[in-house]
Design a protein around this ligand. Structure first.
Ligand code: SF4
Ligand code: SF4
Length: 358
């Protein structure tokens, strides 16, 4: 498993140009250099050189980071900031039992017990049979909301959907720096993949897609080379690529004005934009900062409420100014975050659920 020391070269690549400051949502509301990649790298360099301890204060700044990756996209040194920060979180995580307790609660209650209870009421949807088949990774979303929408849409394109119950993709553990638990998600994914002779996996959630694509990079010693080769062979796509590739002709029953919040982990917004502009009866309005992080990661940071509230308030203001009937998105986490701080002032829906049900 990768350690902080494995990212020494990456950290050294930071030229302190400060371009990340202009992109970082946390820096923009705090103006604090310790809360953005440039400052974080100075501290982590100190930790690696033995001049600083991986303290509670450093961990607070690592936690303030939303792991949105906005800074990476503009970093002239090409540093994958989120990877460095996760490896630092892992360093802290290993030495602090309280962090492990938080993961325990997350694993057994938030992502274990709740989906398990809901799952008893929602069963996988039966797909029609077609020559072309895809394996659908529904993660927590399909346990909580079912998978009717994706089956309906892909069946309309004559694609059969194989939809076993996968466990969580592991992103909640990843962002907390619990790489051991993240590796358990990789193992459970592999177990299911091996049962089906399919080399293409489709997702509807941007965060699931990111996790599945990251598995090769973060696979630890407990994952065999054979399994790593299998992970490399599997092509992970999101449903929007499928819909565009198949030139899907979709239509809503009546005209609706929608805005779209782009999750940080979506890398093919052009496919989504194509869908929004080519679905009959959809009036798409691009809202200000539609691609800025929703701040999901900040929802659990009660102690940082004042900082996070400004991020939520900005997003809410942009949504309301778009004057759309719905704000759509493509990530379960974003959907939950936008709903929580909507204060009942706007409606939120997953894009695929919205198209399939309207
Ligand atoms: S943009 Fe990249 S190189 Fe520039 S200060 Fe930020 S992390 Fe360092
Ligand atoms: S990942 Fe996002 S929140 Fe974290 S430092 Fe980069 S821009 Fe800021």
């Amino acid at each position: 498993m990768k350690q902080l020391k494995d990212f020494k070269e990456e950290i050294h690549k930071c030229s302190k140009c400060g371009l990340c400051q202009g992109e970082c949502p946390v820096y923009q509301v705090t103006g604090n250099d310790c809360a953005v990649s440039r400052g974080l790298f100075v501290m982590l360099k100190g930790v690696l050189n033995g001049d600083l301890k991986m303290s509670k204060t450093i961990n607070r700044y690592l936690d303030l980071c939303l792991k949105c990756g906005a800074c990476t996209k503009f970093c002239p040194s090409g540093i994958d900031v989120v990877d460095v920060i996760i490896s630092a979180k892992f360093e802290y995580f290993k030495k602090h039992p309280f962090e492990r307790l938080k993961t325990f609660v997350q694993k057994y209650f938030v992502f274990g017990l709740i989906p398990r209870i809901v799952r008893t009421f929602i069963r996988p949807t039966k797909s029609k049979k077609f020559e072309k088949k895809v394996l659908y990774f529904g993660g927590c979303g399909s346990k909580l909301k079912g998978d009717k929408s994706i089956v309906k849409l892909l069946n309309s394109l004559e694609i059969e959907v194989i939809n076993p119950l996968f466990h969580c993709c592991g992103i909640p553990y990843f962002t907390r720096g619990d790489l051991r638990e993240f590796n358990k998600s990789i193992k459970s994914y592999l177990e299911i993949i091996k049962k089906y002779d399919i080399k293409e996996v489709v997702t509807t959630c941007a965060s699931c897609e990111k996790s599945l694509k990251d598995y090769v990079k973060w696979a630890g010693e407990n994952i065999s080379n054979e399994d790593i080769d299998l992970l490399k062979e599997i092509k992970v796509k999101n449903v929007y690529e499928y819909l565009r590739e198949n030139n899907a002709k979709l239509a809503l029953k009546k005209q609706v004005k929608v805005a779209y919040h782009k999750p940080c982990n979506i890398n093919n917004y052009n496919d989504i934009e194509w869908l929004l502009k080519n679905t009959e009866n959809v009036e798409y309005v691009e809202m200000a900062d539609f691609d800025k992080c929703c701040g999901l990661n900040g929802l659990s940071k009660i102690k940082e409420y004042k900082i996070m509230k400004q991020i939520f308030d900005n997003k809410r203001k942009n949504i309301l100014e778009a004057k759309a009937n719905f704000v759509l998105t493509s990530c379960l986490g974003c959907e939950v975050a936008l709903k929580i701080y909507s204060l009942g002032q706007y409606k939120v829906c997953d894009l695929i659920d919205f198209i399939a049900n309207n």
